[in-house]
Design a protein around this ligand. Structure first.
Ligand code: GUN
Ligand code: ZN
Length: 455
């Protein structure tokens, strides 16, 4: 597939209260790098690139530019872990933790995508849900069914969203979702050949493919070894890798216990030893040892942190500060299906709650929450040279937020604005209160991919 090219034909100016975490900073420096411009503007050229971000200045606006005003302008939200075939999965009470929930709720839900008509509707709904939530870029665990995957890639491409997508491969599990190792490899290869851009198009393409074995328990030793060999080949082509890691530590029969027993390893991460790279993203990593976090950091891997999902499945709390202090890159994931909110802002809200006091006496700073939701995700996906903040030179992936769509939030913010000029307080109230219903417009590389109805 060639490079996508979704550019507006005119230059644009997005005006409002601008917040972003500038530069290429890690989470530890988010606070110092927070940029807040109460009366700001972001200039975007015809190619969808940001040319300037600063205070409102009429003189800087190119002739003929289209001017869009909104209460707040933020970088696009980045979802580093979401499951396409779980879109309609919250339809049944399963009880239990991860492994029971997979059997009772998720595998039946994912099997329904065998029906091409159902898959096509799901692809359209999923793409729409991302754009409405203000998500401009997502790492997506896809369907096992090629026809549903084809529908998803087409829907994302037509909408103009940025995404990294891979089929969720399984050798072991329910018959409806599994195939032989050879057939799994063939389908992964086909999907990557079809949708991953050629080297010359890689930089400009909005869509990329990923290699995604579901998790260790969906494989035996031979299966993981075969995927390791395919990965050796695919990493040369800058394909991403993703899977689940160390999510459920129930003693005796939980996920971690079963992985250690089945594969005869001392640490969960040992089973993924051939998959550690700068383009490898591990979802959860809640119960890793210090040695595992050290290995993840040394290899440049990222963690998709999914607190709403961890609350829902009783998976525990990832030790945020320990992970940060080990230098592992972190972004946020809705883990939709297990997470019950498709808004990354609401996942940031959950981060504020679970990490306030969990392993540290003070809560996360609003700049850290914004970092996790935007630049942190871009760093995990190794796309931070293109997206993640509003620095000049980056692609214009941004969201316009209108708290007026939820009047109590608007009134709270205007009262804060009247009482203080403290940027952190305004940003905190905004991030804690904003969700899908307050997104006024979602923009990817200058192109509007969602605009709320004007009331
Ligand atoms: N581990 C293996 N599969 C899944 C899944 O679909 N969701 C979550 N949260 N964890 C998993
Ligand atoms: Zn998941």
């Amino acid at each position: 597939m060639g490079a996508d090219n979704y550019n507006q034909d005119v230059s644009q100016v997005f005006r409002g209260h601008v917040f972003h975490v500038a530069g290429s900073t890690g989470l530890e420096d988010a606070k110092e790098s927070l940029v807040a411009i109460p009366n700001g503007q972001v200039l975007v050229n015809e190619a969808g690139r940001i040319t300037a971000c600063g205070p409102r200045d009429d003189a800087a606006i190119p002739a003929g530019a289209s001017i869009v005003e909104a209460p707040f302008v933020l970088p696009g939200l980045i979802d580093t872990h979401v499951h396409f075939p779980q879109l309609y999965a919250m339809d049944r009470y399963g009880g239990g933790q991860l492994l029971e929930w997979l059997d009772r709720c998720i595998f039946p839900a994912e099997a329904r995508l065998a029906d091409p008509a159902y898959g096509a509707v799901a692809a359209a709904d999923f793409t729409d849900a991302l754009a409405r939530a203000g998500t401009t870029c997502a790492l997506v665990f896809g369907s096992q069914f090629p026809v549903a995957q084809e529908a998803l890639f087409h829907a994302l491409s037509a909408r103009g969203l940025r995404a990294i997508v891979g089929r969720t491969s399984m050798v072991l599990g329910p018959e409806a979702l599994t195939t032989s190792i050879a057939e799994n490899l063939r389908q992964c290869r086909d999907e990557i050949d079809r949708w991953h851009p050629a080297p010359d198009d890689l930089e400009e393409s909005l869509l990329r493919a990923a290699l995604i074995p579901r998790f260790a328990l969906s494989f035996d030793q031979d299966g993981l070894r075969a995927f390791g060999e395919l990965w050796e080949e695919m990493r040369e082509r800058n394909v991403h890798f993703s899977t689940h890691l160390s999510e459920n530590a129930r003693p005796g029969d939980g996920e971690v216990a079963q992985v250690l027993a089945t594969f005869g390893v001392e640490a969960y991460l040992d089973v993924y030893a051939s998959f550690l790279s700068e383009r490898s993203v591990f979802a959860h990593a809640v119960h890793c040892t210090d040695a595992e976090y050290t290995r993840l950091a040394a290899a440049g891997c990222g963690i998709a942190h999914c607190p709403t999902s961890q609350l829902f499945l009783g998976s525990g709390t990832m030790p945020m500060r320990r992970v940060r202090d080990h230098g592992v890159r972190m972004g946020l994931g809705t883990d939709w299906g297990a997470g019950d909110d498709d808004s990354i802002a609401q996942v940031a809200n959950a981060s504020a709650k679970v990490h306030g006091g969990a392993d540290h006496p003070t809560s996360l700073h609003p700049a850290e929450l914004l970092h996790l939701a935007t630049l942190g995700g871009a760093r995990v996906l190794r796309l931070d040279h293109r997206i993640g903040n509003l620095d000049a030179g980056k692609d214009a992936d941004l969201v316009l937020v209108d708290p007026g769509r939820h009047p109590p939030l608007a009134r709270r913010l205007s009262r804060i604005g009247a009482e203080t000029t403290d940027d952190a307080s305004v940003l905190f109230a905004l991030l804690m209160g904003m969700g899908r219903d307050t997104i006024a417009r979602t923009v990817v590389r200058g192109r509007t991919v969602y605009e709320a109805d004007t009331r």
